[in-house]
Design a binder for this molecule. Structure first.
Ligand code: PGA
Length: 245
């Protein structure tokens, strides 16, 4: 098994460029790549950088098929705060397709299962980009998510709901449940790129990279992936004991 790669760059703008370089390299090698795309504050600058490169004709994303990795459940797509709204606002890229689960699906469990089936039929992720929650979640796999967990409906933790309070206009408006790809589907990705910035992520980044592999810190499962890169800014890497490059 290959070691996880840990790359540290100075700050969030440098991280956006380095992440865009990784995606651009993949797309050059495989123009019709299948990508997993996260929401959150961390990847916003990456999406802007990708859009800049497309505009400058440095990058062609027109054959890329992308899938969201999670969505809220029990709200209309149009509700401020949903991931559907996030993608519309921030992923302004002429992709071949960007599939996002329907947060208002009648049968959410069946819906997210069918979403994962569609991902498999598309060939699975060539690269799945992830963020990390302060509690160690990846996608909406909250603490307690096992290595074999699959796409499902999950109860969101207070910590995750609090992180979305302002987008929904108050924590009481943040849905209690989410739809997520499971650890199993994320780990099936041929490559994983985890992005983290800021000092508030330093301790969970350290636990996930240097701590015991366990469902208590879902991102720690990535230690068992054979092609996973952690791209960190200096603040997020500041808790690591081992020397990052
Ligand atoms: P953030 O979210 O980028 O807004 O910190 C990360 C996550 O919860 O996955």
């Amino acid at each position: 098994m290959q070691e996880m790669q840990i790359r540290t760059v100075s700050d969030p703008p440098a991280l956006a460029c380095a992440a865009a370089d990784i995606i651009a390299e993949l797309v050059r090698a495989k123009p019709a790549a299948v990508l997993g795309l996260p929401t959150g504050n961390t990847p916003i600058a990456l999406y802007a950088e990708l859009a800049r490169r497309v505009e400058a004709r440095e990058l062609d994303v027109s054959r890329i098929v992308a899938f969201a990795i999670d969505e809220f459940a029990g709200v209309p797509r149009s509700e401020a705060g949903t991931n559907s709204r996030f993608y519309r606002a921030h992923v302004r890229l002429p992709l071949r397709a960007l599939h996002v689960p329907n947060p208002d699906a009648h049968e959410p469990e069946a819906h997210i299962g069918a979403f994962a089936d569609a991902l498999r039929r598309a060939g699975g992720f060539d690269l799945c980009v992830l963020g990390i929650g302060r509690n160690g979640h990846i996608a909406f796999n909250e603490p307690g998510s096992g290595r074999t967990s699959r796409a499902r409906v999950v109860a969101l933790t207070e910590s995750s709901r609090a992180a979305h309070a302002s987008a929904f206009g108050g924590i009481e408006r943040v849905p209690a449940r989410g739809l997520t790809l499971g650890i199993a589907e994320l780990m099936d990705s041929r490559a994983i790129l985890l992005l983290a910035t800021g000092a508030e992520k330093a301790s969970i980044v350290r636990e996930a990279i240097e701590g015991t592999v366990s469902a208590d810190v879902p991102a720690s499962w990535l230690q068992e992936h054979d092609n996973c890169t952690w791209l960190l800014d200096e603040a997020a890497a500041s808790g690591l004991r081992g020397g990052a490059d």
